[in-house]
Design a binder for this molecule. Structure first.
Ligand SMILES: [Zn+2]
Length: 358
């Protein structure tokens, strides 16, 4: 064969390979639970978690299957059903997203923990008393949280290329917005997840290096996606039962910005330029049960040894002084007077001083 024929054959070969990849991305229909969306459709349904050792539950889901092919992004909130801002943010996004404008597919699960939301129980699923962000990848033989986690792993995580897990301060947590960037050691994956977290735009970012590496013991939702090779992030905004417009906008705009970064929406991606990187979290716990009085607010920068609050007994005698174990920013502080021995008073984020993490 002449050189020209070899070159032409090679070009045709490359075109075929590219077409094959594009076809793989272009799924005619996309199904999660009871919802099946055709191209250019927005459909809602449920992930049905069957009855087991305890009650069944039904987790709402929306699929926005874009008119054009592209990546699959999963947006999940409400593992903690009283972190309201994150839940309302995804409810808003279900309404906002127009499949005609989207390249790729968005899976939105706005409220994982329905029993927590309906009964106003923070932190756990009241059906089994377990946090719904600790049992991943889950199993069908376990309690409701195990079974829900398993089905979310199978139907949401495994079908997506990227995931954003949205949280916030719970009913008793006064939290300033921040996100987590998980560093895995896989250069390409870490580059993409870092660009996602910068595109999301929250100005304080925790660098997380201590998450489990084993996909079969991933514990957290984002880590379930991350350990399966899917660049993913966790974000937090909102606090103490409130749905403030600023926090809500930060979460909605953050998701849209990540979609522009992933080229799922048209328009230039924006990214925060000089975030505060947090390299370590210091937890201040209470030594005593009693009444908590805070002395700092969420977002306050504290020095080592600074008093951040105190606990009294029920007749006004101070029985514990809470001091910062190191300098940093108050990421969240207990928002209510109820305090029990061993409970978290505040989390202090230690700021990385040597610049941008790599
Ligand atoms: Zn949460």
């Amino acid at each position: 064969m002449s050189r020209a024929i070899i070159v032409s054959a090679f070009i045709i070969f490359i075109i075929c390979i590219s077409a094959g990849l594009a076809a793989a991305q272009q799924r005619a229909t996309f199904t999660v639970g009871t919802a099946t969306a055709k191209r250019n459709q927005k459909v809602t349904g449920t992930i049905e978690v069957p009855r087991g050792v305890d009650a069944a539950t039904s987790i709402p889901v929306a699929i926005v299957h874009g008119a054009k092919p592209g990546p699959v992004l999963a947006l999940v909130s409400g593992a903690h059903g009283t972190e309201y801002t994150s839940i309302i943010a995804l409810e808003n996004l279900i309404g906002l997203l127009n499949p005609a404008e989207i390249s790729g597919t968005v899976i939105i699960v706005p409220l994982v923990n329905i029993p927590s939301f309906e009964r106003k129980v923070p932190h756990v699923n009241p059906v089994d008393g377990i946090s719904m962000n600790r049992m991943y990848p889950g199993k069908m033989e376990g309690t409701q949280t195990d079974r829900a986690s398993y089905l979310i792993t199978k139907q949401v995580v495994e079908q997506s290329d990227h995931l954003i897990d949205l949280h916030g301060g719970d009913l008793d947590e006064s939290l300033r917005p921040y996100s987590y960037w998980t560093k895995t050691g896989n250069e390409n994956q870490d580059r993409v997840s870092k660009e996602m977290v910068l595109a999301f735009g929250l100005d304080h970012i925790i660098v997380s290096t201590d998450r489990p590496k084993d996909p079969s013991a991933s514990r957290y939702l984002e880590n379930t996606a991350t350990t399966r090779g899917k660049p993913s992030i966790t974000v937090e905004a909102g606090y103490a039962g409130t749905v403030e417009p600023g926090d809500l906008a930060a979460l909605v705009d953050g998701c849209l910005s990540v979609m522009r970064y992933l080229k799922m929406l048209p328009g230039p991606a924006t990214a925060i330029e000089h975030p505060v990187w947090i390299e370590k979290i210091l937890t201040i716990s209470s030594d005593q049960t009693g009444i908590f009085y805070p002395l700092v607010k969420r977002g306050t920068y504290v020095e080592q040894g600074m008093k951040v609050g105190y606990v009294t007994d029920y007749v006004g005698k101070t029985i514990f002084e809470a001091r910062a174990p190191g300098a940093g920013v108050i990421l969240y502080i207990c928002a209510v007077p109820s305090m029990s021995k061993g409970a978290t008073i505040a989390n202090v984020g230690v700021v990385k001083r040597d610049g941008d993490p790599r």
